[in-house]
Design a protein around this ligand. Structure first.
Ligand code: ADP
Ligand code: ASP
Ligand code: MG
Length: 448
């Protein structure tokens, strides 16, 4: 059995829903789990409408009516006549409007209030796809992921409770014995009080991985988890800024984890953890391309042999913090102390390097204001651009990267098995990023 997850852009229009239908039919043998995101833009709009509910009710209703019309438009174009579905969409928006009005009366929002409105995005999209499969005579069943994925009660960014989720899956095991296309919602779970919770933005990828993990644990053979999106797999750079980025054929779990941690939007960073532990391959595929050979297979590094450089990512406008430990304190305990301080302040830490002589931390926000007031330490901060080449056994390919250093005014900060970090002391323009990408990857493909 395969798990297929379709992102928001894959269900952004009536035509996109039809592409999703084609992908399900041509990639499965009739039994699979389809995990769906909300129609593109819906989560953002529902969030905005909820936040506006306590400030400007009229504005909130205006946003909701746009979202409703978008869904009704999709429904009307996909189905000649589907009163049930029309009624369903209308009843959901009635419910949302009632909630929004109640929040306005209360004058405050809890994170559960927000989650309960935002969760409707996935409820709507999954129901539309289910009706589409039904209308085309494909045996299918709609599953409520709130009844399966158990979380804590941190509603907006909840943590999955693996033990409880497993028990929930086991209690519904009979469902998965039938030969059906199971449609379910990504991003959603519920806490032990049964109230809906969310897995964090972009969390549908994680949901897909969780379905793979738990079904595998129950003894189902999960061939693959497929992440269907609007580009042809994981690319050698962000395609929105590097025009000649190319599909990476295969990469390791460790590499995709670091790439998404550094900000490549294509996968949610937590996605792969359950897939790794169950050893299930992931494949990133394009819903809109006819060429299915352009996709990325993600596997355990024990399955890879040839060292590679696969992808380049730019983290613009970040900071290099250098801390000079004083001689009375061990350098590593200073590191631990400062690191906790920075992490607790919510600053994103990309990389930290510690030695007795100096501690370097690469971060998203300028740490100077915090360090000035909280600690008596000697430090300096520079504004830099951080770049990273990811790959498999990157250290074996480092000579290719070395050749670019002088040309692009870069220096190597550190490297690990899966990533080589570089910095540039000035702003790294997009045009330069394109040139660096082509310089390294053209060089590289000639050597392959
Ligand atoms: P979905 O709606 O399918 O979840 P996302 O918008 O979350 O899709 O992720 C896909 C987007 O990630 C692509 O449209 C692409 O613009 C962006 N992206 C950024 N970096 C990369 C990369 N290295 N490879 C592929 N896509 C990337
Ligand atoms: N719809 C949710 C979001 O936009 C989850 C997802 O798409 O993965 O964050
Ligand atoms: Mg996504």
């Amino acid at each position: 059995m395969k798990i297929l997850k379709f992102g928001g852009t894959s269900v952004g229009s009536p035509n996109a829903f039809l592409k999703v239908f084609d992908a399900i039919i041509s990639n499965t043998d009739g039994k699979c789990v389809v995990v769906l995101s909300a129609v593109t833009g819906t989560t953002d709009k529902l969030l905005e409408a909820t936040n506006q509910s306590i400030k400007n009710l009229e504005q909130s209703f205006k946003i909701l009516s746009e979202v409703k019309n978008k869904h009704l438009d999709i429904v009307n174009k996909l189905f000649e006549d589907n009163i049930n579905l029309d009624n369903f969409v209308n009843s959901i928006f009635n419910d949302i409007n009632n909630r929004i009005t109640a929040y306005n009366n209360l004058g405050e929002l809890t994170s559960y209030n927000i989650s309960s409105v935002v969760s409707y995005g996935e409820i709507l999209s999954s129901r539309i796809l289910f009706e589409l499969l039904q209308s085309k005579g494909v045996p299918s069943q709609l599953l409520d992921s709130r009844e399966l994925i158990a979380t804590d009660n941190n509603y907006k960014e909840s943590k999955v409770d693996y033990q409880l989720t497993y028990e929930r899956f086991v209690s519904k095991s009979h469902i998965f014995e039938t030969k059906n296309v199971f449609i379910t919602q990504g991003f959603l779970g519920s806490c032990n009080k049964g109230k809906v919770s969310l897995l964090g933005r972009g969390g549908s990828d994680y949901s897909a991985s969780l379905f793979g993990f738990f079904l595998n644990k129950m003894g189902h053979n999960i061939e693959e988890i497929q992440i269907w999106t609007d580009v042809s797999g994981v690319l050698s750079a962000d395609p929105r800024i590097v025009t000649s980025s190319k599909t990476i054929k295969s990469m390791s779990y460790d590499e995709i984890r670091i790439l998404s941690y550094l900000g490549a939007k294509v996968l949610h960073p937590d996605t792969i953890k359950p897939a790794i532990s169950a050893n299930i391959p992931l494949r990133v595929m394009n819903t809109f391309s006819h060429d299915n050979s352009l996709n990325t297979l993600i596997l355990g590094s024990d399955k890879l042999v040839t060292p590679s450089i696969n992808s380049l990512i730019l983290i613009d406008n970040c900071y290099e913090l250098k801390i000079f430990p004083d001689s009375t304190e061990n350098g590593f305990s200073t590191c631990e102390r400062i690191y906790n301080l920075l992490r607790n302040s919510g600053n994103k830490i990309y990389l930290k390097i510690a030695s007795e002589e100096v501690i370097k931390v690469y971060l998203k926000e300028n740490p100077a204001p915090l360090l000035n007031i909280t600690d008596n330490i000697s430090f300096s901060v520079n504004s830099i651009s951080l770049l990273a080449f990811t790959g498999y056994n990157v250290s074996k390919m480092i000579n290719i990267i070395y050749n670019s250093l002088d040309i692009f005014n870069l220096s190597i900060v550190a490297y690990t098995d899966n990533c080589c970090y570089l910095k540039c002391s000035e702003k790294f323009e997009i045009e330069k990023l394109n040139r660096l990408h082509n310089f390294v990857f053209d060089n590289y493909s000639q050597k392959e």
